[in-house]
Write a protein that binds this ligand. Structure first.
Ligand code: ADP
Ligand code: MG
Length: 273
């Protein structure tokens, strides 16, 4: 069985990409999978939530992608092992991380053809992981997004029920089309995931309206599983704890939702765009 490599992508920030990435990592690992999380966002929120501390000597995704000006490039198929770090102490031992750091932002304008390097590195790991999750920055295309989407087998587009979320979906679908017409024709589009969805008591007419717009404008693309807004999510980020090990009923509901989303990814035949 080949490894599922899922990228979480929207051109908007704050829509739940990173939380979905770490949430699926937590449930998959708890269920026995060997997981690798690739943090392709220079803001490094996934890296932090996974409890990885990046010091001056720590090797990150930046080192895998970087090509020195005056020396031969290192083959990412050989370098990939060096950039795999164990997740922090609260996480299951089967979770490993390719971390982000601020310097990674420079790869966005890197003059070299680096976009295939992550794909090549991950391919060399064949059999070492059951699931790879790529957390992308909120950007319209660009080298880091292209790097992630070139390495992925699947992509999901998280959105909030907001105007911003909606426009992030529309733009992400366009980038997705471009990638499928070029670097990664086999990329499976797994649909739109409604995330940070307000509970009934906080729900307003505008949320229903955007929900309806999504269903009408992108028919067949909205995934049945949605991720509810619960404050415990923020605790997970703050304490670098997997949601599966956070206390309380709301953490349990969230973990079940992330697990259901992963099941959807594993079973989807993909959507045409
Ligand atoms: N289901 C949720 N319930 C409550 N807060 C959430 C939920 N999902 C994400 N958040 C919070 O919303 C903020 C943005 O989420 P994040 O996953 O970082 O989005 P993105 O990666 O798209 O920028 C974070 O502070 C995060 O903890
Ligand atoms: Mg993020």
């Amino acid at each position: 069985m080949s490894t599922l490599v899922s990228a979480q992508y929207s051109e908007k920030g704050g829509v739940g990409k990173t939380s979905i990435t770490t949430g699926m990592a937590a449930t998959a690992a708890e269920d026995g999978a060997r997981v690798i999380v690739v943090d392709a966002d220079p803001r490094a929120s996934a890296t932090e939530e996974l409890g990885v501390v990046v010091g001056p000597q720590t090797l990150t995704l930046n080192d895998l992608l970087y090509v020195p000006e005056d020396a031969d490039p290192v083959d990412p198929a050989e370098a990939i092992g060096d950039v795999l770090l164990p997740a922090g102490e609260h996480w299951p031992g089967t979770v490993r991380v390719i971390a982000a750091e601020r310097q990674l932002a420079h790869r966005e304008t890197d003059p070299h053809a680096i976009e295939g390097r992550l794909a090549r590195g991950l391919a060399a790991l064949d059999g070492e992981a059951d699931l790879v999750l790529i957390d992308l920055p909120p950007r319209a295309g660009g080298k880091l997004v292209t790097t992630g989407l070139t390495a992925a087998t699947h992509v999901v587009i998280p959105t909030m029920l907001t105007t911003d979320g909606y426009s992030g979906v529309a733009h992400a679908r366009r980038s997705l089309r471009l990638i499928r017409q070029g670097a990664n024709p086999g990329l499976t589009y797994a649909g739109i995931v409604r995330s940070i969805v307000p509970r009934e008591s906080d729900r307003r007419a505008v949320h229903d309206q955007i929900d309806t717009d999504l269903a009408e404008d992108f028919p067949g693309e909205v995934v049945a599983v949605q991720i509810t807004e619960y404050a415990i999510r923020e605790d997970a980020r703050y304490t670098s704890f997997p949601i599966t090990r956070a206390p309380g009923r709301e953490a349990k509901i969230l973990a079940d939702q992330y697990r259901a989303l992963l099941d959807h990814l594993r079973s989807t035949g993909g959507i045409r765009v």
